[in-house]
Design a protein around this ligand. Structure first.
Ligand SMILES: [Ca+2]
Ligand SMILES: [Ca+2]
Length: 236
C-alpha cells in the first residue's frame, strides 16, 4: 500500500468530515460559466468513476448521489417559464414561498444525468441575462480512499459521510466582516454586542467601548447603536 497517499487521504477526510470542502482557499474559475465551484470556493477539477477531485488536491470516493436540485435566481422582471428557459414542458418548476426571495425558482431532477443536462441549459440562460445566477446541488456519501500496489482502489475504514455539493454558475464569496458593531471584539456581530454596549453604558463605562461600537456611524456610541444592532440582526 502506498502509505503516503493513504495518509493524505485520511487527513483529507478528517478535514472534510468536520468542515466539508471549506478548507481550500477560494478559487474563482477563469470562465465564470464553467459549473464547477463547490461549496465555499473549492472547485471540482474532475469527476470520474465516482472519484471527485478538488482544486486543492483532495479527492474523495463518492457514492449514492441523490437529492438533485437546481436553484435559479431570476433577473429583475424576468418571466420564468418552461418556455423562456427552453426546457421540456413536462419539467415542474417550483417557486419559493419566501417573500424575501421571490425571484427564486427550483427544479428537482430525478437523475444526475438530467441534472447535468438541465444545468447546462440554465447556465446558458444566466449568460443571456434571463437569470441572475443559478446553482445545482446534490447530496452524496463519500469516503477517503487509497490505491494499493496493484492499482486497486481500497477505501478507508472510516465509514461514509454525507455531504452536499453545490455548483454555482457565478460564485461570489461572502464579503469579509469589517468589524463594524463588534463591540466585544470576538470577530462576530451578534446579540452579545448589543448587550455588551448596553451593559457598558449602564455602568457608565461607555467611553471604554471601541470605536467600531458606533454601529450607526453617527460619531457617538450610545444606546441607539445597541438598538440598531438588535434591529438589523432581527431582519436577518
Ligand atoms: Ca462580537
Ligand atoms: Ca452611534
Amino acid at each position: 500500500m502506498k502509505l503516503k497517499k493513504m495518509l493524505a487521504a485520511v487527513s483529507s477526510i478528517m478535514l472534510l468530515s468536520t468542515v466539508p470542502f471549506v478548507n481550500a482557499a477560494a478559487s474563482e474559475s477563469d470562465d465564470p460559466f464553467t459549473p464547477s465551484i463547490v461549496y465555499k470556493g473549492n472547485e471540482v477539477v474532475s469527476d470520474e468513476n465516482n472519484i471527485m477531485t478538488f482544486s486543492d488536491g483532495y479527492s474523495i470516493l463518492t457514492s449514492d448521489r441523490r437529492d438533485f436540485k437546481i436553484t435559479m435566481i431570476a433577473a429583475d422582471g424576468a418571466e420564468i417559464t418552461n418556455e423562456t428557459l427552453g426546457i421540456d414542458s413536462t419539467i415542474a418548476i417550483a417557486r419559493t414561498t419566501d417573500p424575501d426571495k421571490a425571484n427564486y425558482y427550483f427544479i428537482y431532477p430525478s437523475t444526475e444525468e438530467s441534472l447535468d443536462e438541465l444545468f447546462d441549459i440554465i447556465t446558458q440562460r444566466v449568460s443571456e441575462g434571463l437569470l441572475e445566477n443559478a446553482y445545482s446541488q446534490m447530496t452524496f456519501d463519500f469516503q477517503c480512499y487509497g490505491v494499493d500496489e496493484n492499482g486497486n482502489i481500497i477505501t478507508c475504514a472510516v465509514g461514509h459521510f454525507p455531504a452536499t455539493q453545490t455548483t454555482y454558475v457565478n460564485y461570489t464569496p461572502e464579503p469579509e466582516f469589517d468589524g463594524k458593531g463588534d463591540a466585544n471584539g470576538d470577530g462576530k456581530l451578534n446579540v452579545r454586542d448589543a448587550a455588551f454596549i448596553a451593559r457598558a453604558l449602564s455602568l457608565g463605562e461607555g467611553d471604554t467601548l471601541p470605536e467600531n461600537a458606533d454601529y450607526n456611524e453617527d460619531g457617538v456610541v450610545n444606546v441607539r447603536d445597541a438598538a440598531a444592532i438588535a434591529r438589523d440582526l432581527a431582519k436577518k
